[in-house]
Write a protein that binds this ligand. Structure first.
Ligand code: BGC
Length: 725
């Protein structure tokens, strides 16, 4: 039965429940009454459930479902990956595709590309697409966004995540989650917590100090739960301080549930549960993906036996079931869900918009870009990534895209028949690299301009789940190829398709223009063509530092103990100094800094005012300045506000991002930008005091076009020291 059909059947089952709940014949059960408060509905339904029914709701009965309980009108519950769209269906009991013909979906750009837009409105569009399509495909809980921070550029899943900065990632995640959930689809934020590498991900134990945990690795989850109201959280595979994250008393019970007041459900990552007692007592509410028969899941028969023997309190089970039921009510499974929509023009337009806003212009000498097709007779497009589909990659994040416009397709469509476009692979995984490169060089020499579409892929061992990259180099002789191409034709543009930084030292000086395009989803080729040919100015900025070399990166400095770990444990010795916090504080020159990205136009920053806020509860300071488009084209700028504390009680990173704003301006247009800074923007976590300390002190307010291009500076004096728990 396909998913929408299943839905219709279960709507019928709900109707049945109206009539057949024992003792309540012909009477409407309270839990089915939409007018009742959710907690009352939850309690009512819980009180009607048998032990076996409750147990059935806390573990999976297929790869992505929990069972229906027709007696009570509880429908089959579907979860689905993932962060960039609704994944194809797999078989109930294995990972092979179900082979359906109705599970093609919109493929959005990957998470790091979304973060590169620096635009919460783009994240809202993105979440809307996922919510609508999930409804249409009958999915209740979408497994995303992935919000683990980029600790090392080698992490195989960096492409899925939102970059290296907690504030930027929080803003994007909050917008994304709110949008998904506005469609009565739950967003499951993942992977909680400290899941920052794929190497030995199922067993590695992470050790870090409390301040680093609170300031770097938890804020996005906290914002997802408290600001966006995420209904579900997925535990991580790894251990944290010796205990698996899916059964981690400190992370799940203490921090997430007690401190943050999370009332939704915690599910395991697939196969992330290891022990009945720990799963029962340490905060896990739904076990998924364990590699054994469903009744042998840790929260199945063994849990029921333990409850019956009194080893675990019934209250522990009831709490889990309540959390599961809350999410069911939130996703309106008893009330009739909207139908949603899929593969619409509007969804494709959203995919293109995000892709366009995400691309980052890294270099543009000359300027080389944009290209004017009217002035060109020929273009040599070079590189395997010009035609390689990327949507169906990355493992659990893959999407069976409705279609995928490759970079070559996009260029061909854009320039039409008047320009002679040639394509040569240039490099490949196997085969005769020399002959391929020679053909590409010849094509480049013969053309007016060469566009090399280089980079990585969404297959192992690159930007893919389950494995980390070994280094930051481009594979398959691409560095050599680029050097040869630019020698043959100095008008060469390199477009990088990747989920994070790559080293460029051997060719960057010779190549006049470089674009980071990421994995840009089904509309990526169209978006790229619009950027290359100037229909739109690039407006993305880097959500992560691009280092010159692997040796410069924070996790590398600590040796194997820091990454990928020794004797089963890794120590986050770099502490708070992740991403630009590291490069700034240690005075290491990056290749391209965090927050960096060029445009086809120019922006001027002026007239900074730092205004003390009237309402200390809201903003203690408001940063106000003017932004003017002084160039000749319309364009978008991302203005960033960093804070530097003068004399902190505990040492702090050199600067920390605390606000940003993306603005689109026409040539000559000016806008006054106003960015509020709440008290929390000045605070750091003091582990001894167990809370967030904002100290009476002078703070430098740095307004910049990137983390290393500060255009305006002011000072703000915080008048009062406060501690918030
Ligand atoms: C991944 C999750 C994913 C799950 C279900 C796991 O391997 O870590 O992110 O949601 O599989 O496919």
């Amino acid at each position: 039965m396909n998913t929408p059909d299943r839905h219709r059947v279960f709507a019928g089952v709900v109707a049945l429940a109206l009539l057949t709940v024992p003792g309540k014949t012909q009477e409407r059960s309270l839990y089915l009454d939409v007018a009742q408060p959710v907690e009352a509905r939850v309690q009512d339904l819980l009180s009607r459930m048998t032990l076996d029914e409750k147990i059935a709701l806390v573990h999976g009965d297929s790869k992505f479902t929990t069972p229906a309980i027709p007696r009570l009108g509880i429908p089959l519950r579907w979860m689905s990956d993932g962060p960039h769209g609704v994944r194809e269906d797999v078989n109930a009991n294995n990972w092979f595709p179900a082979g359906r013909t109705d599970d093609f979906a919109t493929c959005l750009p990957v998470g790091i590309a979304l973060a590169a837009t620096w635009n919460p409105e783009a994240a809202q569009d993105y979440g809307d697409v996922i919510g609508e399509e999930a409804l249409n495909r009958g999915k209740n809980i979408m497994l995303g966004p992935g919000v683990n921070l980029m600790r090392t550029p080698l992490n195989g899943r960096n492409a899925e995540y939102l970059g290296e900065d907690p504030w930027l990632a929080s803003r994007m995640a909050v917008s994304y989650i709110r949008a998904v959930q506005s469609h009565s689809v739950a967003s499951c934020v993942k992977h909680f917590a400290a899941n920052n590498q794929e190497t030995r991900r199922n067993s590695i134990n992470v050790e870090m100090d409390e301040r680093t945990l609170r300031e770097i690795y938890l804020p996005v989850f906290k914002a997802a739960v408290q600001e966006a109201g995420a209904w579900a959280v997925m535990g991580a595979y790894n251990k944290f301080r010796g205990e698996f994250c899916c059964e981690n008393e400190y992370l799940l019970n203490r921090v997430l549930k007690q401190e943050w007041g999370f009332s939704g459900l915690v599910m395991s990552d697939w196969g992330g549960t290891h022990d009945t007692r720990e799963a029962a007592l340490n905060g896990l509410d739904l076990e998924m993906g364990t590699n054994r028969p469903y009744n042998k899941f840790y929260l199945a028969d063994a849990f029921r036996d333990g409850l019956q023997k009194g080893e675990f309190p019934m209250a522990a089970l009831d709490d889990k079931v309540r959390r599961n039921l809350r999410v069911m009510f939130a996703t309106r499974v008893f009330d009739g869900r909207p139908e949603g929509s899929i593969n619409t023009k509007a969804h494709q337009a959203a995919a293109r918009r995000v892709a366009e806003e995400a691309m980052v212009l890294l270099k543009n000498d000359g300027p080389t870009l944009p290209l004017d097709p009217a002035q060109l007779n020929s273009i040599a497009v070079i590189g395997d990534n010009a035609t390689r589909p990327q949507a169906y990659g990355g493992d659990s994040a893959r999407i069976k895209a409705f279609y995928e416009v490759s970079p070559l397709d996009g260029i061909l469509r854009r320039v039409g028949a008047s320009v002679n476009v040639t394509f040569s692979e240039g490099y490949a995984k196997d085969g005769d690299a020399g002959a391929r490169a020679a053909r590409a060089v010849q094509a480049a020499r013969a053309a007016d301009v060469a566009i090399v579409i280089a980079g990585l892929t969404r297959q192992r061992p690159f930007d893919c789940e389950g494995v980390d990259r070994k280094d930051l180099r481009l594979p398959y002789g691409q560095d050599d190829l680029i050097r040869q191409v630019v020698q043959a034709n100095p008008r060469t543009i390199v477009v990088l398709v990747s989920g994070g930084p790559v080293e460029m030292d051997s060719w960057l000086a010779q190549v006049p223009a470089v674009v980071e395009a990421w994995y840009s989803g089904m509309e990526g080729g169209n978006a790229l063509a619009r950027i290359l040919f100037g229909d739109v100015s690039p407006s993305g900025k880097l959500p992560c530092t691009f280092p010159k070399r692997l040796e410069d990166t924070p996790a590398f400095a600590g040796g194997a103990r820091a990454y990928p770990g020794e004797n089963g444990t890794e120590h986050y010795d770099e502490g708070l100094l992740v991403g630009y916090r590291w490069y700034d504080t240690k005075n290491i020159e990056p290749l391209f800094p965090f927050g960096y990205g060029l445009s086809y136009t120019a922006f001027q920053y002026s007239d900074l005012k730092v205004i003390a806020g009237a309402d200390p509860q809201a903003a203690v300071a408001t940063v106000e300045f003017k932004l003017t488009n002084t160039g000749a084209r319309e364009g978008g700028e991302i203005a960033q506000v960093y804070v530097h504390q003068g004399k902190p009680g505990l040492s702090r990173p050199n600067k920390e991002l605390k606000g940003f704003c993306k603005v689109f301006l026409k040539p000559g247009e000016q806008q006054t930008i106003s960015i509020p800074l709440p008290r929390s923007a000045f605070a750091y976590y003091d582990p001894a005091k167990g809370g967030w300390l904002a100290e009476q002190d002078d703070f430098q307010i740095l307004v910049g076009a990137s983390s290393r291009d500060i255009r305006l500076q002011g000072v703000f004096r915080l008048q009062q020291t406060t501690l918030e728990k």
